[in-house]
Design a protein around this ligand. Structure first.
Ligand code: XMP
Length: 515
């Protein structure tokens, strides 16, 4: 296995992600916990020193144990990792007053090519795009090291001691903006003798062991939303601790057609996981009567959700942990890579603050994973593909797809129209190409003519977008035939709608949801 020593970079998890993509098993350990004992126990086949916010010039800056360099295995230092390695092995690092470098940069190779960069500089331009984010820089190489790549702001962009197999780069090969970064990792792990035989099945075993170690004999509560993340978390935890897990499924009446039944059947009947079905539809719809402001809707739902969840969770005696399907992007979302401030466009409905309020500790077994990895883990756990491949669904549910005041009648119409739209998308084999698709019921009535009569019914908007992460999105280019056929089906099959539109707004400037 491979050890990643974490010096606190916001993108350390991405290193792990790149390695998992190469089917290499790795463990991230915070630098404070990496000592000689851990190195002996783990006996890593390679070590990566991550980036981090500190400056090696400061006296108390974090360091790995010297032993890392005595193991006889390849070591790769990234950014801060490069600097700490240089410093500890006898080189010099300077404070980059005024020469800090952030963002895109181009590395060019020196005359001698190294295997670490095999596959780089192939596009004819003679250079390779990388992502830099550093203030300090290497000023003098450590003995044994040479330079193998430079950039305008980093004359020591790539350095190495080939004899000892120590490699160091000033840029971040793990981020998306270093397009060929994956190749660099591939070369590194090959050098270390990894064969790429590690799988999601192995991850599952490790995750189960970790949950057992953390939770012991204690009881765990898990809030199930019907989404992929909480479902995978629940099934995984159930494998780890059996019936010491109880799930709480809050039905707020804002779910899609058939969704509540599906969740209950799957968890209770198929997986035999203890499940409390909190049918609180009347409470939520009652409190939402007369509410039309989107933020008030979200806040009302969020507040009620916490109350209700707490009420039902209190029925579970002796619970000490709350399980959450937090993913890695949730962990980094608040601190963007550029470090820029982020503004609240919409307040996201979540259960933040709940663990403290209830005096529960958190279990977050998916914290290191990205969405597609969660899906792979779900498949590994035997969750049906139809469930795993599902589009994301927002916590406040249909409430934010029904602009204006919500009524049971409107929700009923919306559910039916949404089900027709999704059915059409599935029938045409388009579901997996689309990030998210749904119908929004508009708070306007329009005049139409059906048969011999005049109608005065609701209009709706179909929305379907492609996206990688929900942060930006584009509308899906359905054929006109598809749009026409679907509009006809909705009007014929759903009483209460007599006009169908298709939303062709991208994000930005639009958002995916209508509220
Ligand atoms: P927007 O509408 O902001 O949505 O472009 C981006 C993604 O986030 C989902 N979304 C939410 N998810 N609670 C959630 O759990 C919320 O309050 C919420 N609002 C939006 C939305 O469905 C899309 O995938």
């Amino acid at each position: 296995r491979l050890l990643i020593v974490d010096f606190g970079s916001q993108v350390t998890q991405l290193i792990a992600r790149r390695l998992r993509e190469l089917n290499v098993y790795c463990e991230i350990h915070p630098f404070q916990q990496v000592d000689d004992t851990l190195l002996d126990e783990m006996a890593p086949k390679a070590v990566i020193l991550s980036g981090g916010p500190a400056s090696v010039i400061d006296a108390d800056s974090p360091r790995p144990p010297q032993k890392v360099f005595e193991l006889g295995v390849p070591v790769l230092g990234i950014c801060y990792g490069q600097q700490v390695m240089t410093q500890m092995l006898g080189g010099q690092v300077e404070r980059g007053d005024g020469t800090a470098e952030f963002g895109r940069a181009w590395v060019v190779p020196t005359e001698e090519r190294i295997d670490l960069l095999a596959g780089w500089f192939m596009d004819g331009s003679g250079r390779e795009q990388v992502w830099m984010s550093h203030g300090d820089h290497v000023a003098k190489l450590a003995p044994g090291f040479a330079v193998y790549g430079t950039s305008p702001g980093a004359p020591y962009a790539v350095t190495a001691d080939l004899e000892r197999r120590f490699y160091a780069v000033q840029f971040h090969p793990e981020v998306h903006h270093t397009p060929n970064g994956r190749t660099l990792y591939e070369n590194f792990v090959k050098d270390a003798g990894f064969t790429g035989d590690w799988t999601m099945g192995a991850y599952r075993e490790e995750a189960i062991q970790k949950i057992r170690d953390q939770v012991g004999d204690a009881k765990v509560i898990c809030g199930l939303s019907g989404g992929v993340d909480s479902s995978v978390a629940a099934v995984l935890i159930h494998e780890a601790i059996g019936d010491n897990l109880t799930c709480v499924f809050v039905d707020h009446g804002l779910l899609r057609q058939g969704e509540a039944d599906e969740v209950i059947t799957m968890f209770r009947d198929h997986y035999n996981i203890p499940l409390i079905h909190a049918d609180e539809r009347d409470l939520f719809l009652g409190e939402l009567t007369g509410v039309s402001d989107p933020e008030v809707k979200r806040k009302t739902i969020g507040r009620l959700f916490i109350d209700v969840f707490q009420k039902h969770a209190n029925e579970i005696e002796g619970a000490a942990f709350l399980a959450q399907g937090t993913l890695y992007p949730d962990v980094i979302e608040s601190v963007s890579f550029s470090g820029g401030p982020s503004v609240t466009i919409k307040s996201h409905h979540n259960v933040g603050g709940l663990p403290e309020k209830m005096g529960l500790k958190l279990v977050e077994p998916l914290r290191e994973l990205f969405k597609d990895e969660v899906r792979a883990l779900g498949r590994e756990l035997g969750l049906p593909q139809s469930f795993i491949g599902r589009h994301p669904f927002p916590g406040p549910g249909l409430a934010i797809r029904c602009p204006g005041e919500i009524t049971p009648e409107k929700l009923d119409i919306l559910r039916k129209a949404d089900a027709v739209f999704i059915d059409q998308i599935r029938k045409h084999g388009l579901y997996d190409e689309i990030w998210q698709a749904f119908v929004a019921l508009l708070p306007v009535r329009t005049v139409g003519v059906m048969g011999d009569g005049r109608t005065y019914d609701y209009a709706c908007a179909m929305r379907a977008v492609t996206s990688v992460d929900g942060m930006t999105a584009d509308y899906y280019p359905f054929s006109h035939d598809f749009l026409g056929e679907t509009a006809t089906r909705i009007i014929n099959e759903v009483r209460g709608i007599n006009r169908v539109t298709y939303d062709v707004t991208s994000k930005p400037p639009g958002t995916i949801e209508w509220e």
